[in-house]
Design a protein around this ligand. Structure first.
Ligand code: 5RP
Length: 229
C-alpha cells in the first residue's frame, strides 16, 4: 500500500464517524483534503452537516464541493474534528501529536478545542515511539522574530524560518504570522517543552497537541486500525 493509498483508506473510514446533524471541524493537509472530498460525496448523497475549517484552503475546498462551511462565529461548538498529524505517539495514557506541517497549527488547535471529539487520521508512518524527529512548528508574531528565535535556541531547539515553497520569502500563515520549524531531537517530556515555548513572548502557538485526542485511525498494510490513547 502506498502512503497515498493509506491516506485515502483512512479518510474513507473517518467518514463513518460523521452522522447527519453533526457539526464537523475540517482539518488541513493532504489526508484532510481526502477526508473533505469523501465527506462531500456523502453530503451529495444527503448527509446533513455543518462545518468549520481550520484553514482558508480547507474552507474554500469545502465550499467548492457544495458543503455548508461557516465560521466559529456561527458554530462555536463542534461535535467532531477530523485532522491529520505529522507525528502521533501514545504517551501518559493519551495521544500526543506534532502538527503544523501544513502551517495551519494555530487554527487547527483552535478548531480542535471547539470540538467534543478530535479524530486523528494518519498513515502508519506517522506513529512514533517518541515525538521529535519531525521539526516542531512554532507560530510567531512577525515583529517578535528577532527575540523569539534566540530564545528558542536557548532551549536547545534549532529554529529555522519556514520559507514559501517557491523560495520567494518567508511563509505567512493564514493569521499572517511566521513559522519557526524547530529541530528538537527526541522529546521525552512534551508538556515541559510546550510550557517553555509558550512562555516566550511573541510565540502565538506551537505544534504540540497534548492529550487533545484519544483516538487515531491508522492506515497501513494491515488495513485501518484504531490507536487508543
Ligand atoms: C497541517 C497539519 C497536517 O495535518 C499535517 O501536516 C499532516 O499532513 P498530511 O495529511 O498532508 O500528511 O498539521 O498544518
Amino acid at each position: 500500500m502506498t502512503q497515498d493509498d493509506a491516506k485515502h483508506a483512512v479518510a474513507q473510514r473517518a467518514v463513518e464517524f460523521v452522522e447527519s446533524g453533526m457539526r464537523v471541524g475540517l482539518g488541513t493537509g493532504t489526508t484532510s483534503t481526502m477526508f473533505i472530498r469523501a465527506l462531500a460525496e456523502q453530503v451529495q448523497r444527503g448527509l446533513k452537516i455543518r462545518c468549520v475549517a481550520s484553514s482558508d484552503a480547507s474552507h474554500h475546498l469545502g465550499l467548492s464541493l457544495g458543503m455548508d462551511v461557516t465560521t466559529l462565529d456561527e458554530l462555536p461548538e463542534l461535535d467532531i474534528y477530523v485532522d491529520g498529524a505529522d507525528e502521533v505517539c501514545v504517551q501518559d495514557a493519551g495521544l500526543n501529536l506534532i502538527k503544523g506541517g501544513g502551517a495551519a497549527l494555530l487554527r487547527e488547535k483552535i478548531v480542535a478545542s471547539a470540538a467534543k471529539r478530535f479524530l486523528v487520521v494518519v498513515d502508519s508512518s506517522k506513529v512514533v515511539a517518541q515525538l521529535g524527529a519531525f521539526p516542531l512548528p512554532v507560530e510567531v508574531i512577525k515583529m517578535a522574530l528577532p527575540l523569539v528565535r534566540p530564545r528558542l535556541a536557548a532551549l536547545g531547539l534549532e529554529p529555522k524560518l519556514r520559507m514559501k515553497k517557491d523560495g520567494s520569502g518567508p511563509l505567512h500563515t493564514d493569521e499572517d504570522n511566521y513559522i519557526l520549524d524547530c529541530m528538537c531531537g527526541a522529546i521525552p517530556d512534551p508538556a515541559a517543552i510546550a510550557a517553555a515555548i509558550r512562555a516566550i513572548v511573541g510565540v502565538v502557538e506551537h505544534g504540540l497537541f497534548l492529550h487533545m485526542s484519544n483516538l487515531a485511525l491508522v492506515a497501513g498494510d494491515d488495513g485501518v486500525r484504531e490507536l487508543h490513547g
